[in-house]
Design a protein around this ligand. Sequence first.
Ligand SMILES: *Cc1c(COP(=O)(O)O)cnc(C)c1O
Length: 396
Amino acid sequence: MTIFKKSFTQQESIPEEGIEAAIAVMRSGRLHRYNTLPGEKSEVDLLELEFAEYLGVPYCLACSSGGYALHIAMRAAGLQAGEKVLCNAFTLAPVPGAIHNSGGVPVLVDVAEDYCIDLDDLEAKAAESGAKYFMLSHMRGHVADMDRIMAICERYNIFLIEDCAHTMGASWNGVKSGTFGDVACFSAQTYKHMNSGEGGFLTTRHPDIMAKAVMHSGSYMLFDRHFASPSKDVFDEIRYETPNYSGRMDNLRAAILRPQLAKLDEKCASWNRRYTVIENILAECSVIRIPTRPDAEVFVGSSIQFSIPSFSAAKIAQVIRDCEERGVVLKWFGNAEPTDYTSRYDSWRYIENMPNLPKTRAILATLLDIRIPLTFSESDCELISHIIVDVVKGSE
Ligand SMILES: *Cc1c(COP(=O)(O)O)cnc(C)c1O
């Protein structure tokens, strides 16, 4: 019996240039983003400019985490206590958490068979809830039909915040994920597409939203020391009216992120090669279902999802145990008990009037997920896939 021995949580090391740059920051002692010499741009300033350029947007704010970016995005958008916010039922805990943190009430939208948000349910809930905000998670690197989403947002006059924690580097019809909505938020937490331990970005095209986000992030009255940011006059009123929710990024993190950004597209291609290896082998197993992705979607395969629709919950649990015995770690989004990083929507019990979402529960019940760290080679991915097929066939 072959056993896979590598860790599913081991990331690549930080590029040497990033380590060098981080050491230079430490030698300088100037770790705080505003602690610059006259005329100097800090590592955070440079990172913001580079990320804005990468995405093709005018404004970018680096901050302490992706969840924090989501929180201040809602605040900057003007969300008032008790207002409704549409969001995916299939997402991770920081998303409803960010909505709650900004005083909003999540309105959970079903997942569809392609593992993206269910657009019919979105349309129905946009109409019936009257929500003016939508926090869209592009889950597990996949991008839903953005043409239809934008049409729905326009029809109901909805403010769209894209949660791109899993789609840094992805696009829809050649348009980058994170450039559709009013605001986009990204994460640089270790298990996302760039790794600074903790970290996040907020991007937008709206000067007033950006000015508020900068103030919220803890700029004090140093807002004019931002470069991927609107001109000083935009802050005239905003600087008095916007509370400081302190959540800045520091120069040490920015220093290790900059060389990673330069390599992002290359990394995404490496993920997708590994994704394809796994997809092709799993597809040979008749009970395993992997949705075919539309041509418009350039996803990032930093993880891969598949379903075994004919299996009961007990059988899925057995597959997970058997795979684990052979060194293959599967995540199960349908687990009623929140485990590890994964929690099903109904475990977020602080949400008032928790809806019953039978469609979402049915899809999640047999939905499994493999994390694909780049420390795995393509032959590692082959081995993992063969083990999974073996286990699944053995439990049929
Ligand atoms: C990780 C994650 C976030 C938040 O990122 P942090 O930087 O960990 O706060 C938001 N949304 C999704 C879907 C995530 O997986």
